[in-house]
Design a protein around this ligand. Structure first.
Ligand code: NIG
Ligand code: FE
Length: 409
């Protein structure tokens, strides 16, 4: 057994409820703590000296100076497999152009599709690994990654194969999601309903055959897919055995309701969710995922995270890292800014990027520091855990541990 410590503070996040509001008084903070590790899992968390004296320790990893330790983070919504960039979209938006004007001028999702289609598997693999390493260096060890910039059989499978290949090069856990229903591609001859049928007939069977993803996503929005056709599609995909997540209520309301009705694991975005639908969502098992990076990238309002928590919902916070709406890719900065605007407690933010976001991915083996959980954690050189959010991302993670081993780039 290996003992790591002593840490000035360990914030365990254990014994916190899966849903609803949290106050910082509910946080368990172990001073002068240690983490005992056995077979890549946490054996015990407690006082460092006590753990040392009462156990047969084969190895001690000493922590120098004052550091605090948190469970590693889960980013449950990203689009980090893409070619090209959309800096010009960003500049045009800030110059006052509308979404439609930008799309007509060669920007928008379709422009990322063209760049991603052009990129070789090797090129995509190289950039995805760089982005994965950037996320790991922030303390994120579980990363959901969507397809959705291929939008035909060949290119959607190419993206998902790249994500599968990336998994063989990284110790982080990658969770692939098939987002072929991101947009009807311009070169598809047929209606959006026919395109959704094409996904069901031509893409999903192959995704299953090659075991490329267990989850699917759809963008329900005026510019993408309509509520009724989306619901039908989701129910059919569910019959095929896929778990469901939805890009819901980003600009117009109504789709988070569908997400709940079809039993989605999560409904993400929710910037436009109306009060009645917040109640409905909050009473369900569907995780409500705020994506503050998209609000910051677009200059739009934030997800009503406070209302969701007060209504008893399960709130996760993810980066949505993508070339269009959320190019930043820094989860701590985004989550701490969301906290200032939505008045979230430190406990609510930390829960939202750890065990609650892991639950959105059906990964209940991580996100808290307690016996039996995956030994993924992150340390910061500071004497108080509050500094992590207070410094809004400028306090960088010091060490990241995956399965009890320190991660080295
Ligand atoms: O989550 N809203 C739809 N999809 C992405 C944006 C993708 C893009 O603009 O490339 C999002 O914000
Ligand atoms: Fe997204």
């Amino acid at each position: 057994m290996k003992l790591i410590g002593p840490f000035k503070q360990i914030v365990t996040l254990r014994n916190l409820p899966l849903r609803g509001k949290l106050s910082d008084e509910q946080l368990e903070i172990i001073e002068n703590g240690g983490i005992l590790i056995k077979d890549e899992k946490i054996e015990e968390v407690g006082n460092f000296e006590e753990l040392k004296s009462k156990n047969q320790i084969s190895e001690i990893e000493n922590i120098e100076g004052e550091q605090i330790c948190l469970p590693a983070f889960t980013d449950s919504h990203t689009h980090i497999c893409f070619g090209g960039n959309r800096a010009n979209d960003f500049a045009m938006r800030n110059a006052g152009k509308t979404y439609l004007e930008i799309a007509e001028n060669g920007g928008g999702i379709w422009s990322s599709v063209q760049h991603t289609r052009k990129a070789s598997e090797e090129e995509l693999l190289k950039t995805i690994l760089e982005r994965i390493n950037s996320l790991i260096s922030q303390g994120i060890t579980t990363i959901e990654i969507k397809s959705g910039y291929g939008l035909d059989v060949e290119n959607e499978l190419k993206m998902l194969r790249v994500i599968q290949k990336a998994q063989t090069f990284t110790k982080a856990t990658l969770v692939p999601t098939c987002l072929s229903a991101h947009l009807k591609p311009r070169d598809f001859e047929g209606s959006s309903q026919e395109y959704l049928q094409y996904i069901l007939d031509e893409i999903l069977p192959k995704v299953k055959e090659e075991n490329l993803a267990k989850r699917i996503d759809i963008f329900i929005e005026k510019s993408a897919f309509l509520p009724e056709e989306s619901k039908e599609f989701l129910l059919k995909a569910k019959e095929l055995g896929f778990e469901i997540t939805v890009h819901a209520d980003q600009f117009t309301s109504g789709s988070s309701k569908i997400a709940v009705e079809v039993g989605a694991k999560s409904a993400d975005h929710l910037e436009a969710t109306i009060d009645e639908d917040i109640e409905f969502l909050a009473q369900s098992e569907t995780v409500a995922t705020a994506l503050p990076g998209a609000s910051l990238g677009l200059g739009e309002k934030f997800t009503p995270a406070r209302k969701i928590l007060d209504a008893g919902g399960i709130l996760a916070i993810a980066s949505d890292w993508n070339p269009g709406s959320a190019p930043m890719g820094n989860l701590i900065t985004q989550a701490s800014i969301l906290a200032t605007f939505e008045k979230l407690s430190t406990a609510e933010v930390l829960a939202g990027i750890t065990f609650r976001s892991a639950f959105a991915l059906s990964l209940e083996d991580r996100g808290t520091l307690e016996k039996g959980k995956k030994a993924d954690f992150v340390t910061f050189k500071t004497d108080n855990f509050q500094n992590v959010l207070y410094q809004q991302g400028s306090l960088k993670a010091d060490s990241v541990y995956i399965n009890g081993d320190q991660f080295k780039q």
